[in-house]
Design a binder for this molecule. Structure first.
Ligand code: ADP
Ligand code: MG
Length: 339
């Protein structure tokens, strides 16, 4: 059956996930209802909403075997995480989440006990964020479990923060601690190497992978107080997401390696898995923190230590550079991509 049109053109592996998205942008079309403010290319689409507000739309899917393994994932945690990763995109726009739908792909023999726990996870994560599940679709999956969430949100028109908006001289900031979720995932994948770590530390890192906590409150504050000039969430690894923000803003950046807020215990995990703490912090992924820019000196002091200044925005010609004690190097994305 596969042949003809299914085989034509470049392979997705050659285009890469982001190269593919670039090409798909052409299909956005021109007009729609005329209410499109920002389409493909930000953490969420921005549409005209009720007076004074924009409506936000984001969608993210989780697939068994790619994003999670049932062997070490609890259905309740998975339900929370499926919503949390979408909430994080709404946080990155400075928005408040409102309504979600979920498409559920089930393989034959799926048991209701697990689905019930999954939905309890959806419910708890959404209710705590002030949002609600309002619909979805149920389909048969040929392989494993498939969850596809679409989440709506809203944000005041004068508060929305986009990936573009950063200018040279702005400070580059990140919230929270980086690399913990990726270290937690490595412990789940390779429990033997992970057993070198003290149990409480290992459990804390694993919890960061299982139960990400989207920065909705911080995103709201950065937006409504006009602090952030550009913002994205850190889902693919800081290096990759700084790259998205800089390309959207048509600027470069300097990232100072020795200022990065590397998570507690990430150094120990790096030792156990033969990686560097810096690699976890820059390329680990699934941190679900916020990376943003602000005018120099405009970061309210009470945001420390929740927020760390990690560099500065530069003119585009200067590229994106990582400054390390050993010298400068171009910052490669190197984070998680699907292809
Ligand atoms: P995020 O990680 O913040 O969810 P992505 O990197 O997945 O963002 O996507 C970047 C942008 O590309 C978003 O605006 C998203 O809506 C859009 N996008 C991703 N995949 C597709 C696709 N297959 N078709 C159309 N737009 C897409
Ligand atoms: Mg995002």
């Amino acid at each position: 059956m596969r042949g003809g049109a299914w085989q034509e053109g470049d392979r997705v592996e050659e285009l890469g996930e982001f190269g593919l998205i670039e090409r798909l942008k052409g299909y956005q079309g021109k007009r729609g209802l005329g209410g499109l403010v920002v389409g493909i290319g930000d953490d969420a689409a921005v549409l005209e909403g009720r007076p004074g507000f924009f409506t936000l739309v984001t969608t993210d899917a989780l697939v068994e075997g790619i994003h999670f393994h049932t062997g070490y994932t609890d259905p309740y945690d998975l339900g929370r995480k499926a919503m949390a990763v979408n909430l994080s995109d709404i946080a990155a726009m400075g928005g408040r989440p409102t309504y979600a739908t979920v498409a559920l792909g089930l393989s034959q023999g799926a048991a209701f006990g697990a689905i019930d726990r999954l939905y309890r996870g959806f419910f708890d994560e959404l209710s705590e964020a002030g949002a609600q599940l309002v619909g979805g679709d149920t389909i048969r999956s040929p392989g494993g479990l498939l969850l596809h969430v679409t989440l709506l949100g809203e944000v005041e028109t004068d508060a929305v923060v986009l990936r573009h908006g950063a200018s040279p001289g702005d400070w580059l900031c990140v919230s929270g601690r980086l690399g913990e979720a990726a270290a937690g995932l490595d412990i789940l994948r390779d429990p033997d190497a992970g057993s070198a770590l003290p149990r409480p530390l290992a459990e804390r890192l694993i919890a960061r992978h299982r139960r990400p906590s989207p920065r909705l409150g911080l995103g709201r504050r950065l937006a409504t107080e006009g602090i952030a000039t550009a913002m994205a969430d850190v889902s693919d690894g800081l290096a990759g997401d700084v790259g998205h923000l800089c390309r959207a803003s048509r600027v470069g950046a300097r990232l100072d390696a020795d200022t990065l807020p590397i998570g507690d215990g990430v150094a120990e995990a790096a030792e156990a898995f033969g990686r560097s703490p810096l690699a976890y912090a820059l390329h680990g992924g699934e941190d679900y923190e916020l990376v943003f820019t602000c005018r120099p000196g405009s970061l309210p002091s009470d945001l420390e230590p929740e927020v760390t200044v990690v560099g500065e925005i530069l003119p585009a010609e200067e590229g994106i550079v990582l400054v390390t004690p050993k010298g400068d190097e171009p910052l490669s994305a190197g984070g998680f991509t699907h292809f």
